[in-house]
Design a protein around this ligand. Structure first.
Ligand code: ATP
Length: 361
């Protein structure tokens, strides 16, 4: 599946854009603030309903406009054409249409037209708070095990209720809810552990390939409680939990830890190595996604070249270009990076005072 046509109206700095692409890598270059990221953000937002820059959707509407819309045409491996249109107005009204039919759930679109974005926020994978890596792991588990979403939601609900009881000191009910929480937390942990094992295998393989000098780099999964039995932990800490009004051990404390020689990797690795490692985590996600879904997602990589040296860039671009993946890559200057890709299509973005951002080849 690849994105062949894209029309953007009133999305951030774009008033109107109509562009066709092919399966070759698309390099988008231009000065700071010209609209490179906004272009891949539009592709990502249309599929997922979210911006990777964590802004409210209303911020995406071009200033002084009331509504944005994005139309695209995807071509499947069997050469079938799918027309997709998403519009969003300041009144929070969103309309999604596929082949002219109204679609009510964004997740149906995200599944059918998957787009994965790797942006500078992702590059801080190691430096982010644990919640970021936990969400990353959960995101991976949701894709591998669709039933996980249900378990995860139930666990969150029971945990919220348990915390409410602790806050109001309702000790009589706590035991029952604690046991229920432990059962669900164990299921959540098991699913995370299984997917983590797969993640770890792939991580070890990719580190050997991309960072051969870092043979002491290890990825670990912390489940969120220290002892084997979570119930024992909750019972022994109940007085503390009653005092603070919440449990401090459980699935909300899980994390992925990366170590070099038993030292936290984030304090040891260079900025470029940390960026590469972060990209590798998303490469693993892409690989696992492809294994589960049998087709590659569209990959958007923002600001690829900063902090990566030439040989790393070559390795990475060779790796990403396998399996007919469609890549959209932004860079301030395509000149030095175009040689890393097979016949890339280069587009230049610039701001026009009247028309907003415009694209030229
Ligand atoms: N809702 C909006 N309406 C109009 N313009 C906007 C809106 N939101 C953001 N912009 C502008 O869009 C422009 C493009 O931003 P974008 O992040 O895409 O630039 P970029 O080319 O990726 O820059 P950099 O190289 O610095 O990362 C910016 O100048 C920004 O001020």
């Amino acid at each position: 599946m690849y994105l062949q046509k894209l029309s953007i109206h009133n999305f951030r700095c774009y008033s109107s854009l109509d562009q066709t692409f092919d399966t070759a890598t698309t390099l988008i270059d231009g000065p700071n603030g010209s609209g490179k990221t906004a272009l891949i953000e539009a592709i990502y937002w249309q599929s997922t309903g979210r911006s990777f820059r964590h802004h409210k959707s209303t911020d995406l509407i071009k200033h002084q406009q009331d509504c944005l819309s994005i139309f695209s045409e995807y071509i499947t491996v069997q050469e079938n054409r799918f027309k997709l249109g998403v519009s969003y107005s300041k009144l929070n009204k969103k309309t999604i249409k596929c082949q002219g039919e109204m679609i009510h759930r964004q997740t149906d679109i995200a599944k059918q037209f998957p787009v994965i974005a790797i942006d500078p926020g992702c590059f801080l994978w190691l430096d982010h708070a644990p919640a970021f890596r936990r969400t990353f792991l959960d995101w991976l588990v949701f894709h591998v095990k669709p039933s996980y979403l249900n378990i995860w939601r139930k666990t969150q609900k029971v945990q919220q209720h348990l915390n409410k009881l602790l806050k109001h000191g309702k000790s009589a009910e706590i035991d029952v809810w604690q046991s229920q929480y432990v059962q669900l937390a164990e299921l959540t942990h098991q699913a995370r552990q299984e997917v983590f094992n797969e993640l770890q295998n792939r991580f070890n393989r990719l580190v050997k390939y991309f960072l051969p000098g870092q043979s002491n780099l290890f990825l670990d999964y912390k489940k969120g409680w220290h002892e084997d039995n979570l119930l024992d932990v909750l019972i022994s800490r109940q007085q503390v939990h009653l005092k603070q009004g919440y449990i401090d051990a459980g699935i909300h404390k899980a994390d992925l830890l990366c170590r070099v020689n038993n030292q936290a990797a984030q304090v040891f690795l260079s900025r470029g190595q940390k960026k590469l490692l972060a990209i590798l985590m998303y490469v693993i996600f892409i690989e696992i996604f492809e294994t589960e879904n049998h087709h590659p997602p569209v990959i958007c990589l923002d600001d690829i070249d900063s902090e990566l040296d030439q040989s790393t860039l070559q390795l990475l671009s060779d790796y990403l270009q396998q399996k007919n993946r469609q890549l959209f890559i932004t860079t301030v200057d395509a000149g030095p990076v175009r040689g890393f890709f097979k016949n890339p299509k280069v587009f230049h973005v610039k701001q026009d005072p009247r028309k907003g951002s415009i694209l030229s080849s």
